[in-house]
Design a protein around this ligand. Structure first.
Ligand SMILES: Cc1ncc(C[n+]2csc(CCOP(=O)(O)OP(=O)(O)O)c2C)c(N)n1
Ligand SMILES: [Mg+2]
Length: 552
């Protein structure tokens, strides 16, 4: 009689659920899961730390709408994986963490790497479970995938003890559930849609805010139509960039502060009123601002600010409903209002300010000049990963995206260390596109060893390190007394580019715009990954802002 073991059951179930990519580190007791996954046609990417592997799995969820999987050993490996579980959960991305576990019959005995893993995963996941028997593994795999993509997407955890992995069950007793379908595109109530339009119509100073929920839902066509038919000013969250072209004439992104502060009606499309949007509260928003909130998650409606209208459901579907209602009864916000006049003046003023810094060729360079080079050279379709403090913040105002899902960063959870992993995930999901990973020198350090992973899989990612010798603010030298070194300082002029050469990649150390230009061009043509270590002015900063990241 044909028998099948737990490892193969997991791999077959996941493959059937549409899982294509698994990232992880093998060891006791999960080696067999990786082998079985490869045998079933799932791509296994062996990483250097489970944190990075878990970040990569979440990024796959964002890019594809189906969960990426992170595979970890028991105990410490699984605990590293919680980093990415939490990151995916906070960002509402589908991902699945799989932890091997010590034998179920040694529970509580002090087994090798024994840990309360199902409990550990619980608060940072939508679903955390250990199958009750090897034969029911397929049931749990389907449950985890279905839960991760439906409703508000998020993270799931499955726990597999060693004895379940090696157990053999009769193949004929097993039923592997079919692929769970992609989530239904839920619509809002028609009368609420009408109310939303009435509120928009009544606005004197309207504003549309587009979040990464709109990008995730692939709502670009509907949102573009909505913006263009209504001629409403819009701005985006960092990862909502490109849902509508960042350089669209109706974008007021360069006047973000002013637009948020003075709008009287705000339409939120898959963007939350959390810290990124200053909670929707004064002084960053007007007292009494009316919000029309479109969100997949009913509990999100009215968080921090009571919503004037709540539209619960899929962004693409609801933007479509809004368009339909607007086709029946068109509404265009006039271009000659005082609001547009104020916004346009601010947009022009800030654009000029940023342009001047982007065009400043002095040496040492500042952030803006480095990022401009990337903007100039990145071919269409390039995916940008950005992390750091200044590095990430400034990249938002310099790097323009024409299309959605082409930027990924530290996002809602502000997690440093996601960069290399997200770049690896982007390149694995999109082998034909260019991937540029823009890293602060501190940010790079968190998962720097993953350059070996990128080299081993020959992923031609271009890692650009914007190196100011420290966290957020740089230093020119360290004090004589080494233990008096500032907490934010790192090695002055560190040679990060040398790291990649040990693995067959190409390293560049650059200081001038000319050197940067030449090396970036070479790196983009290379079939292997590169590091371009850009030594910038350690005193370079973002343009003066009311609120800096250090004080949030
Ligand atoms: C996991 C984690 N640890 C620490 C931090 C705190 N933190 C915020 S930004 C940052 C690094 C900023 O420095 P760098 O990457 O060099 O960028 P720069 O601003 O210097 O360009 C750190 C450590 C964090 N956000 N996440
Ligand atoms: Mg730095």
């Amino acid at each position: 009689m044909a028998q099948i073991d737990g490892n193969t059951l997991i791999a077959r179930s996941l493959k059937k659920q549409g899982v294509e990519h698994m990232f992880g580190i093998v060891g006791f007791p999960v080696f067999g899961i990786a082998v079985a996954a490869q045998a079933e046609g799932i791509q296994f990417i062996g990483m250097r730390n489970e944190q990075a592997a878990s970040y990569a799995a979440g990024a796959v969820g964002y890019f594809t709408g189906r969960p990426g999987v992170c595979l970890t050993v028991s105990g410490p490996g699984m605990i590293h994986g919680i980093a990415g579980l939490a990151n995916a959960q906070e960002n509402c991305w589908p991902m699945m963490l799989i932890g091997g576990a010590s034998n179920s019959f040694q529970e509580g005995m002090g087994a090798f790497q024994e840990a309360p893993q199902v409990e550990l995963a619980r608060i940072y996941s939508k679903y955390s479970a250990r199958p009750d028997s090897p034969a029911r593994i397929p049931f749990y795999c389907e449950q985890a995938v279905r839960t991760s993509i439906n409703g508000r997407p998020g993270a799931t955890y499955l726990d597999f003890p060693d004895d379940f992995l090696s157990a053999k069950v009769e193949e004929r007793d097993i039923e592997i559930p079919d692929r769970c379908p992609d989530p239904p595109r839920t619509q809002a109530d028609a009368s609420d849609v009408q109310r939303a339009i009435d509120v928009l119509r009544s606005a004197e100073r309207p504003l549309v805010i587009i979040g990464k929920g709109a990008a995730y839902s692939r709502a670009e066509e509907e949102v573009r139509q909505l913006i263009e038919s209504t001629r409403l000013p819009f701005l985006t969250s960092p990862m909502g960039k490109g849902v509508v072209d960042d350089e669209h004439a109706l974008s007021v992104m360069p006047a973000r502060g002013l637009a948020l502060q003075d709008a009287d009606v705000v339409l939120l499309l898959g963007a939350r009123l959390n810290w990124i949007m200053h909670f929707g509260l004064p002084p960053r928003f007007a007292e009494g601002v009316k919000t029309i909130q479109v969100d997949i998650h009913a509990e999100e409606i009215g968080r921090n600010v009571p919503a004037e209208v709540g539209l619960v459901g899929d962004i693409k579907a609801i933007a479509g409903q809004l368009n339909q209602a607007l086709e029946a009864e068109p509404f265009t916000y006039p271009s000659d209002t005082p609001w547009w006049e104020t916004l346009s003046a601010k947009v022009d003023e800030n654009k000029t300010f940023v342009q001047n810094m982007m065009n400043d060729d002095s040496v040492p360079m500042g952030y803006y000049r480095v990022l401009r080079e990337i903007q100039d050279q990145a071919p269409p379709g390039t995916i940008i990963q950005a992390e750091g403090a200044n590095t990430m913040d400034i990249s938002r105002s310099v790097l323009m995206h024409e299309n959605p899902r082409e930027r990924i960063d530290a996002a809602t959870f502000g997690t440093m260390g996601v960069g290399l992993a997200q770049a690896i995930a982007a390149q694995v999901v999109h082998p034909d596109r260019k991937v540029i990973c823009v890293e602060g020198d501190s940010a790079f350090g968190f998962s720097g060893m993953e350059v070996e992973t990128a080299c081993r899989y020959r992923l031609p990612i271009v890692f650009v390190i914007i190196n100011n010798n420290g966290i957020g603010m740089g230093f020119e030298e360290l004090p004589e007394d080494r233990f008096q070194s500032p907490a934010m300082a790192y090695t002055i002029q560190a040679g990060y580019e040398k790291m990649i050469e040990g693995f067959g990649g190409k390293g560049y150390s650059v200081r001038t715009p000319g050197e940067l230009s030449t090396s970036l061009k070479q790196a983009l043509d290379d079939s292997m990954p590169s590091i371009i270590n850009v030594h910038i002015d350690p005193h370079a900063r973002a343009k003066p802002q009311k609120h800096h990241w250090l004080t949030a």
